[in-house]
Every structure is written in structure tokens, then in C-alpha cells.
Design a protein around this ligand. Structure first.
Ligand SMILES: Cc1ncc(COP(=O)(O)O)c(C=O)c1O
Length: 368
């Protein structure tokens, strides 16, 4: 494994080198295959420039607000969820402290260092279906914590954020005067349709984008949902780091949004079958376990005790041609993340090859 840990975001460096397309044995891709101009295109010529309000294109802002059922002044349009998360860290936690779920998406702890904040992890517990571990949350949250951060669906496990866990996070945030950041890039792929957490409590800030659930990552269109005072501060930081948004993308996003519900519903319907296929494969094996995802496009496999997942992932790719993502990128070195965005025939084949790789790996390990 050639992963470089001394860069701001090691997983993304690795992903750009290794997760390059929906090839038949790639169980690493974390989204759905992208839409094309045949699927969605603006009605007229694509503009290159248009005036943009303080909080992002007004029509796009209104469309996003309507979709999520929040007032317009609770929305900030951002250039993707990555920038949205960074803006929230800048506006809320600069020089303070952030408590972040672990295992989790590596950008979330790494953003803390980038804004000069301390960071502590709190556990998502694999033995309780990746529920938040209350004792570890209590220990992770400090008097100067300004953000408590989770993903919903959980990346990497694909498990829904339990309503009681969200309530617990909000209670901890109340205790120290923090906000709860819920990254919802996978929420719309939950097989049970649920509203955004932004509706629940003024301390909740939500980030989202058209990347994962909508297959439009190339547009770089995302958004932040929060109370108007927070949105104002976020907009001020955005002036510094991203003073104008990608205008052609805004036009495509506006053309897309009227069909978003139908598209996402079709993707959810396809996911039902894929989760069932992977679940049957996992249950048919004695060496790996997982918590069945609630939807999304990824799940987190626990490998046999003592397995170095980085070494296994390298072996699986180099010897068998099947790609999985080492759990070390999610702070869980005995897991691998697998995705089920492949078409079913390729998914079945790739799982077969992964099984062969696991068998071969077990056969080559010296008996202990
Ligand atoms: C949890 C999470 N948030 C944000 C992102 C990045 O989204 P975007 O492409 O909108 O920047 C990803 C991408 O993998 C992700 O998994």
C-alpha cells in the first residue's frame, strides 16, 4: 500500500489514484454512475456568468429550500459538500475543538486541523449496528468543542443515524454550546425516506450535495442548511475561499432538480436488490461480517481477526484484480469498505472474486 499519510487528506490522494472508474471488479467506487447531458441539460444556452446573491443563486437556493422543506434563509449554496463542510468548520470551530465520529469519512477529522481546531473521535460501535457510543461521546466532547460531527447515512457503513443518537448529539451540543454537523450526502439513498435533520433543532447544521445520491459530482453543487445567523457567518467565510460559484453548473442543477425525486427513487429501488445480494454473500461466508446497510452505496466489512486490511486490499487487487478500500482510511484497520454501485452482473462477479481473494489470503497466512 503506497498511501501517503503526511498529506492533508490521505484517502482522497489514494482515491484519485485508484478509484478511477466503474470497472467490473471495482468494489471501491462510493457513488452511483454519473448522469450525462442526455439525462439532464439546461433548456437554453448554458450561461457562463450571472449575478449571484450573497447566499448563492436565488432560484437554486429557493429550489433547494423547497425540496428540503426549510425556509429559504436557512440555505447557503456551496460548491460541493467538501467545501460546505470546510466552511462550517471555518465559521463554527476555528481555533476551538471538534468531536468527530469514528470510524468515519477522513475529511471530517482532517478539516479540524486545517482550521486550527483540536479533534477527538467518538465511537460508532460495530457491535450495536454502528450506533453512537454514549460514553465515548461524553469523553470526546470538551468545554471548547464547537462542532460535533456525524454522517447520515454513515460513511463507511451505510447505516442510518438513529433518532435517539441525534438527540444525544444535540444534548451534548447544548451542554457545551456547540453545533451538530450532520453530513447528509447519502441520506436520500436511505431505503426508508426521511427528512433532513436540519428541521429538528436550531443547533443542527446540515451539509449535502448533488454528488452521491444524484450522480452529479462533476457539477460541484452542494448546500448548507442552518439557522440564518449561522448562514450569514458561513457566507462571510465563503467570500474568502470561493467568492463565485460555478455558473454553468448552477444552470444544470436547476434543470435537474425537478427530476431529482424521480431519479433518486429509481436509484433507491436499484439499491434494494444490491444490498440483498451483498448481504447474502456476507452471510454465506464464515470469515467476514457486516451490519446490513440501511441504503446508500457502501458497507463496511469486518475481516477475520488480526487481518491487516491494507495488506489484504493490496493483495486482493494485485493478485485477483478486485478493488476494495482499506478501512484504515476510516480509522478501522481491520475492515474494508465495499461499494455496491456496480450493475448486478458485475457485482456478483466481483463478490465472487473477493471471496476467492479472502480464501487465498487465509491459505497464505502462516498458522498462528
Ligand atoms: C461523507 C461525505 N461527505 C462529503 C463528500 C464529498 O462530497 P462532494 O463531492 O459534494 O464534495 C463525500 C465524498 O466521498 C463523503 O463521503
Amino acid at each position: 500500500m503506497s498511501a501517503d499519510r503526511d498529506v492533508p487528506f490521505p484517502y482522497m490522494r489514494w482515491a484519485k489514484r485508484h478509484l478511477t472508474g466503474f470497472t467490473p471488479s471495482n468494489l471501491g467506487m462510493s457513488g452511483i454512475a454519473g448522469l450525462t447531458p442526455t439525462d439532464v441539460a439546461p433548456a437554453g444556452p448554458t450561461p457562463y456568468w450571472m449575478p449571484e446573491g450573497e447566499f448563492g443563486d436565488p432560484d437554486l437556493r429557493a429550489a433547494l429550500a423547497a425540496r428540503d422543506g426549510v425556509p429559504v434563509d436557512h440555505v447557503f449554496v456551496s460548491a460541493g459538500a467538501s467545501l460546505a463542510n470546510f466552511l462550517v468548520y471555518l465559521a463554527e470551530a476555528r481555533g476551538a475543538h471538534v468531536a468527530v465520529e469514528t470510524p468515519g469519512y477522513e475529511a471530517l477529522p482532517r478539516c479540524a486541523a486545517a482550521v486550527g481546531a483540536g479533534v477527538t473521535g467518538f465511537r460508532r460501535d460495530p457491535d450495536r449496528g454502528w450506533r453512537v457510543d454514549p460514553a465515548s461521546l461524553r469523553a470526546a466532547v470538551r468545554p471548547n468543542s464547537r462542532l460535533i460531527v456525524v454522517t447520515d447515512l454513515h460513511n463507511p457503513s451505510g447505516v442510518r443515524l438513529h433518532a435517539d443518537d441525534l438527540a444525544l448529539l444535540v444534548a451534548e451540543a447544548e451542554r457545551v454550546g456547540a453545533a451538530v454537523l450532520v453530513d447528509e450526502v447519502y441520506r436520500e439513498l436511505d431505503l426508508t425516506v426521511r427528512p433532513t435533520a436540519a428541521l429538528g433543532h436550531p443547533r443542527v447544521i446540515v451539509t449535502n450535495s448533488l454528488t452521491k445520491a444524484h450522480g452529479l459530482g462533476g457539477l460541484r453543487i452542494g448546500w448548507i442548511l442552518a439557522t440564518p445567523d449561522r448562514i450569514r457567518r458561513i457566507a462571510e467565510w465563503n467570500d474568502l475561499v470561493c467568492p463565485a460559484h460555478p455558473v454553468p453548473s448552477i444552470a444544470v442543477a436547476k434543470a435537474y432538480l425537478p427530476q431529482a425525486d424521480a431519479r433518486v427513487a429509481a436509484t433507491r429501488a436499484a439499491i434494494v436488490d444490491r444490498v440483498a445480494r451483498v448481504d447474502a454473500w456476507v452471510r454465506g461466508r464464515k470469515d467476514v461480517t457486516w451490519t446490513r446497510p440501511d441504503g446508500g452505496i457502501t458497507g463496511f466489512l469486518r475481516l477475520p481477526p488480526g487481518t491487516d486490511a491494507e495488506a489484504f486490499a493490496t493483495f486482493a487487487f494485485e493478485q485477483h484484480g478486485v478493488r476494495v478500500v482499506p478501512g484504515s482510511f476510516f480509522q478501522a484497520p481491520d475492515h474494508v469498505r465495499i461499494s455496491f454501485g456496480l450493475i448486478p452482473a458485475n457485482l456478483d462477479k466481483a463478490l465472487g472474486v473477493l471471496g476467492t481473494a479472502l480464501d487465498a489470503w487465509a491459505a497464505r497466512r502462516p498458522a498462528s
